[in-house]
Design a protein around this ligand. Structure first.
Ligand code: GDP
Length: 439
């Protein structure tokens, strides 16, 4: 979660905002060990973004002359710990000399700072906001912490200030984790034969790298320097339980494999590929937001490989347009032909799925996309998309702020998603777009 400190002089409304962002979970607020009692930490959120909030309001009760020193101490500690600073002032009172002291300090901080003009519920009374610009943090975000107004604008400002940073961080966290791969498909599609061919027969369930527990089986593997892990596949399962005679397609097993995996390899017998069950599986992968690779197996038995491959690719595009462009590999686990193309396809799907688009590039794209194809007018008023940021990768997830967000038709959202897909080269991968109202 992003660590956010709320700072500012007493009584501007820091605790009110803190409580609003923490919401019902306030009960969980707890002084962390080793932290002075004045500073509160709590988990909260704004929109779909998780936050750890640091409140500095504790000193406000102190009325003796040590106020300034304590305030400074609290603020310093919070600034130190936070990744983002919300600097709050009172819009009704305008900029005070104490606000200026805070501003002088915060201008030297090497972290994003967002200026909030609180108590803006009656906007006409916000006469002091004009001078706020002079504090050096740009246009303040007008809000009313007490009445919950301006929260969409705050969310947007937080995204604008931090989305690139947050995405880069999640990258670092993921850096040394193996890429999790599940191989799914109907019984007899050729899954176990393929896995055995890929990993080598005897390393499948022996050796220290094979982790077998009662409920899940996984094999860690190194493919050209990248750590990969095959999770919970039916073929492995069958080998582990030798006495099990017949392998059934267990929907529960398949769903679990999909949820554990990052990339899902859907193995289909070339003769009956893309029948109804395959379509359901592929659709499930898309809905779960995983990357997908199609495999047509037993290709050694195909008499007209060229024509059949073209036909299968056409089928894929027709029946699963939402996954158009997912890698497609035709192979034979028996002869080994085409198997060498599988891992590169998996890594390619993973890379696409992990893409991070810079906020600036996204907004450049948005301006062009809207210009090329403006949104329709609803009740005589235009829907105006304003701002977009990527909030998560894996799968790529975007939030778009727009006026009249709830009136935006689905076909327009699809246009935007398709345009993102093309502009940023994201074939096949699931893309999530939420539209929120924002000014
Ligand atoms: P699973 O149930 O998906 O794990 O399928 P299996 O790997 O057990 O394979 C089912 C049947 O298809 C077996 O009889 C395999 O020998 C056969 N098979 C698997 N891959 C190939 C292949 O590349 N070519 C041919 N000709 N047969 C294959």
């Amino acid at each position: 979660a992003l660590k956010v400190a709320i700072v500012g002089r007493p009584n501007v409304g820091k605790s009110t905002l803190f409580n609003r962002l923490v919401g019902k979970r306030l009960a969980l607020v707890d002084d962390r060990p080793g932290v002075t009692r004045d500073r509160r930490y709590a988990d909260g959120n704004i929109g779909d973004m998780d936050l750890t909030l640091i409140d500095t309001a504790g000193y406000e009760d102190v009325t003796d002359e040590s106020l300034e020193a304590r305030m400074r101490e609290q603020t310093e500690a919070a600034i130190d710990d936070a990744e983002l600073i919300l600097f709050m002032m009172d819009a009704r009172e305008g900029v005070t000399s104490l606000d200026r002291i805070f501003a002088d300090r915060l201008r030297k901080v090497d972290k994003p700072v967002i200026l909030l003009a609180n108590k803006s519920e009656s906007r006409e009374s916000g006469g002091g906001v004009g001078e706020a610009h002079g504090l050096g943090f740009g246009e303040p975000v007008a809000l009313s912490a007490e009445h919950g107004e301006g929260m969409a604008d705050l969310y947007q400002a937080i995204l604008a200030a931090t989305s690139d940073m947050v995405l880069a961080e999640s990258d670092a966290e993921e850096a040394d984790k193996p890429i999790r791969i599940a191989v799914i498909g109907r019984p007899n599609a050729g899954k176990s034969t393929l896995i055995n061919r890929l990993l080598g027969e005897d390393r499948l369930l022996t050796g220290p790298e094979a982790g077998i527990t009662r409920d899940s089986i996984s094999v860690d593997w190194d493919y050209e320097g990248r750590a990969v892990r095959f999770v919970d596949t039916a073929g492995m399962r069958r080998k582990a339980r030798v006495q099990e005679k017949l392998e059934k397609l267990s929907v529960a097993d398949t769903i679990r494999a999909i949820t554990f995996a990052e990339v899902v390899v859907l193995v289909m017998d070339k003769d009956n590929a893309f029948d109804i069950q395959d379509l359901q599986l592929a659709d499930l992968v898309e809905r779960e937001g995983r990357a997908l690779v199609y495999v047509a197996s037993k290709w050694d038995l195909e008499d007209e490989p060229q024509a059949r491959l073209a036909e299968l690719k056409r089928l894929a595009d027709d029946k699963l347009p939402q996954l158009k462009g997912s890698p497609f590999v035709a192979l034979s686990a028996h002869s080994g032909r085409g198997v060498e193309r599988l891992m590169p396809a998996i890594l390619q799907a993973w890379d696409t799925w992990s893409v991070k688009v810079k906020t600036r590039d996204l907004n450049d794209w948005l301006a062009l996309a809207v210009q090329r194809h403006p949104p329709p007018a609803v009740d005589g008023k235009r829907i105006k998309p304003k701002y977009i940021a990527q909030t998560k990768a894996r799968p790529p997830t975007f939030v778009l702020f727009s006026s009249r967000a709830s009136a935006m038709p689905d076909h327009y959202k699809r246009y935007l998603v398709n345009s993102i897909r093309e502009s940023f080269d994201l074939p096949g991968t699931p893309i999530r777009l939420t539209v929120k109202s924002g000014s």
